[in-house]
Design a protein around this ligand. Structure first.
Ligand code: SAM
Length: 313
């Protein structure tokens, strides 16, 4: 059965008395190249040279899919990964998935709202200690909360069980995730993601590849998490894990405050988190102007700023 054939998708949904649900962000992929390419990109792991799309992911690596829909990408993941877990919120799709994934013996589907789950517990329960890659055609209404819930699941000092997140999202959000500091697209989500990993836009997907077609163009982004947590990315961090977690916690609060009022100078925007004179002192020590705006600072700059404020630099 070709799960990306529009007539097949319609026939399946009709047979199970279903229709695409806007409230769950249901836009199903109807171009077979797209789920194959997304799953292949996840298996390949661009920034790490992990495995290859033809041979599948490296031995033992598992995949978590958020929102399998009717199972088109789940089947691709099933052929490339050791084990697959798919979390689907729509109860109506569960019997349909039992049919379309009936021969995928390494794949489990659960009927849950991903946002109500503890990611760490879920992965331990289904995959033990095995490394995991997340792959999804994300519902647009909840893209940022899902991404942030994955990235926030691990303490900055921890080695995350999740190696990478490969997601199909709105093109505009993809550009924000991958933006350079100082650009128009750069925002709090960019800096927050860069505290946990590096984001790379892989390819765009036109609206015509979905049923029903969304109003916007989409794109695939891969976030590769730092293998050993934040210590892999920034220099001069404290050796003590608790101190490190507090430092990165402060960097996150600085990012949130800086972008909540992005038109203000950083010193003014941060006044609820840090005394103005202290921010100015820190910026001067970093060789930056005291009237700089937060949108000019990279994630590394926010970490350095937090170090100065905590007296660690
Ligand atoms: N993976 C399928 C595909 O590519 O054709 C469907 C993608 S569709 C854009 C998003 C899917 O996520 C839908 O199946 C929807 O029901 C599911 N979904 C939406 N919110 C969810 C949530 N909070 N937890 C789990 N699944 C969710």
């Amino acid at each position: 059965m070709n799960l990306c054939n529009l007539s097949t998708v319609r026939e399946l949904l009709d047979r199970y008395e279903l229709a695409p649900r806007k409230g769950f962000g249901q836009n199903f992929l109807i171009n077979p190249d797209v789920p194959a390419r997304i799953a292949g990109s996840s298996a390949m792991g661009f920034d790490c040279g992990w495995g290859g799309a033809e041979t599948g992911a490296p031995d033992g690596v598992c995949a978590l899919e958020i929102g399998p829909g009717i199972g088109a990408m789940t089947r691709e993941l099933s052929s490339l990964f050791h084990k697959v877990l798919a979390v689907e919120i729509d109860r109506g799709l569960i019997p349909l998935l039992a049919e379309t994934l009936g021969d995928c013996h390494n794949t489990t589907v659960i009927n849950e709202d991903f946002m109500s789950l503890s990611l760490k517990e879920l992965l331990k329960e289904h995959f033990g200690e095995s490394p995991v890659r997340i792959c999804a055609n994300l519902p647009y209404y909840i893209t940022s909360p899902i991404l942030m819930s994955v990235l926030e699941a691990y303490k900055p000092s921890e080695t995350p069980q999740v190696q990478s997140i490969t997601v199909l999202i709105q093109n505009e959000v993809a550009d924000r995730l991958c933006a350079e500091a100082g650009s128009d697209e750069y925002g709090s989500i960019t800096a927050s993601v860069n505290l946990c990993g590096t984001a790379r836009k892989l390819f765009t997907v036109p609206a015509g590849c979905f049923y029903p077609a969304p109003k916007v163009t989409s794109a695939v982004v891969q976030i590769t998490l730092y293998k050993n947590g934040v210590r892999d990315a920034f220099e001069g961090l404290p050796e003590d894990n608790d101190e490190l977690d507090r430092l990165i916690g402060l960097a996150k609060r600085l990012i949130a405050a800086a972008f909540a009022q992005r038109r203000k100078t950083l010193t003014n925007a941060l006044s609820s988190v840090c005394e103005k004179s202290k921010t100015e002192e820190a910026l001067t020590a970093m060789g930056l102007r005291t009237d700089i705006r937060g949108e000019k600072l990279s994630a590394a700059d926010f970490v350095t700023l937090a170090k100065h404020i905590r007296g660690l630099a």
